[in-house]
Unconditional design. Structure first.
Ligand code: KG4
Ligand code: ZN
Length: 438
């Protein structure tokens, strides 16, 4: 089955072509730079960008996969959760194409798709052979092209019909901040320490979180390998969500817990903002934390010992706020800023890892998976690896390029559902912006 999937739930416009579990293309246009100015995603701006970018992104995905619309067997799009005016664009466009081609269409829950992205691996030789349109050399990691249409930073790869990749950062799902909110407590970073933090930002400028593309020749196509599927506890951590889900079998899951206030990514972003770091601060904190001491400052580990699978990160953010109010000079000292990043990160990671392991033990599964933007975090990846080794669990982390929002995971789940004879919705089905996993 050859399927085109669209994802526009937040601030990434993405299209992917999937065939028989293989990802033939996965194109992402990120709006991160646009929203960074406002400290969070502005829904109206996101919608306008999706409208502008969706067709070029879809065309690029089809061209890269060497697939014409007439060759498509089915269409899919994210139905929810997400920003309503952003979701509408991809969802309605995919329905319209399905109508025009008279092909099946299926709407997908974004978080359910995250549950299966850790099963996408680089395991299958390319059936296309030779050189792909627009593919540059690189490591054989997940096939994933990224570009920003009309961005001055975007450039065309030589001879490529597809705009070349640019550095793309993570976004925040369901996070809609007012531009420049006025804080109730004066932020130390607004006065002193600003230049120190700014110079640290330059040192730690994030490497591309995505943009690694499969190699040109003898490349491996990312492949969803469900032959190795095991019941698992899945951690989904992003800017808008922190979820623990028991995946009992393929397409059968039960939510164990979620965040009762701020999501883990939101905590990274908001504490980073208190330090004067630009949005999204998660990747920067990750980099700066490498230079710091995670035991330097002791921050709370919220709900760590509570007998549930829920999370809460807003108290941690507040304690960082008060800590900075009481120690404003800290932001003048590079080493201490790195220590602060490492200490905040350690608190978030410890809660995520310990609660995930505990849930897996209790549910009697032997496998843990993780995805979502925060799964790019190196300390989280390392600590999950260590804890799984200690406890004899298999760990499957989504490829970094597939942790953040992408249409490939939407396409992979859509194909599984269609093959499992999921009932097809009518073409006038609507989006579900508040569609939470059950
Ligand atoms: O999944 P994602 O791209 O979008 C949402 O659906 O939210 O996740 C974005 C979130 C942001 O909060 C960002 O700061 C965080 O993921 N993030 C990270 C890292 N990379 C992205 N947080 C910590 N460390 C990272 N390396
Ligand atoms: Zn997501």
């Amino acid at each position: 089955m050859t399927l085109l999937a669209l994802e526009t739930s937040c601030d990434e416009t993405s299209a992917a072509v999937v065939r028989d579990g293989q990802i033939l293309s996965n194109t992402v246009s990120s709006q991160i730079k646009l929203h960074a100015e406002y400290g969070g995603v502005v829904p109206e701006l996101a919608a306008r960008e999706h409208l502008k970018n969706l067709l070029p992104v879809a065309r690029a995905a089809l061209a890269e996969a060497k697939i014409s619309p007439a060759q498509l067997d089915a269409l899919a799009a994210t139905r929810g959760p997400g920003l309503a005016i952003a979701l509408l664009i991809g969802f309605k466009a995919a329905q319209a194409v399905a109508f025009a081609l008279n092909k099946p269409f299926i709407g997908i829950n974004h978080h359910e798709a995250h549950l299966y992205s850790p099963w996408i691996q680089n395991a299958s030789p390319s059936p296309l052979g030779g050189e792909r349109a627009g593919v540059r050399g690189g490591n054989a990691t997940a096939q994933h092209s990224t570009f920003n249409i009309g961005h001055p930073t975007s450039s065309k790869a030589a001879g490529s019909p597809v705009p070349s990749m640019v550095n793309v950062e993570c976004s925040a799902l369901n996070v809609s901040h007012k531009p420049h909110p006025s804080p109730s407590i004066p932020l130390p970073s607004e006065g002193r320490g600003k230049s120190e933090v700014a110079s640290l930002c330059a040192i730690a400028s994030p490497s591309p979180l995505r943009g690694e593309r499969a190699g040109v020749r003898g490349e491996l196509l990312p492949f969803a390998d469900f032959s190795k599927f095991q019941p698992n506890v899945s951690l989904i951590v992003s800017g808008g969500h922190t979820l623990l889900v028991l995946v009992e079998s393929e397409l059968k899951h039960r939510v164990l817990g979620g965040t009762i206030d701020d999501a883990a990514g939101e905590c990274f972003d908001k504490t980073g903002k208190l330090m004067g770091l630009p949005y999204p601060a998660g990747p920067l904190i990750d980099k700066l934390a490498e230079l710091g001491n995670p035991a330097a400052f002791d921050f709370p580990r919220p709900l760590l010992h509570d007998a549930n699978d829920d999370f809460s990160f807003s108290g941690l953010k507040t304690s960082v706020r008060y800590f900075l109010r009481d120690h404003p000079a800290l932001l003048d000292d590079r080493k201490q800023v790195c220590d602060l990043c490492a200490s905040v990160q350690a608190a978030i990671v410890e809660v995520l890892v310990k609660k995930t392991i505990r849930a897996a033990k209790r549910e009697g599964v032997r496998c843990i998976t993780a995805s979502g933007g925060v799964t790019c975090n190196s300390a989280l990846r390392n600590e999950l690896e260590r804890a799984c080794k200690r406890n004899g669990f298999t760990l499957r982390l989504a490829e970094k390029s597939l942790c953040t929002d992408n249409a490939a995971m939407i396409g992979i789940l859509a194909e599984r559902k269609l093959l499992a004879n999921a009932s097809l919705p009518s073409l006038d089905e609507e989006i579900r912006p508040g569609w939470e996993l059950a």
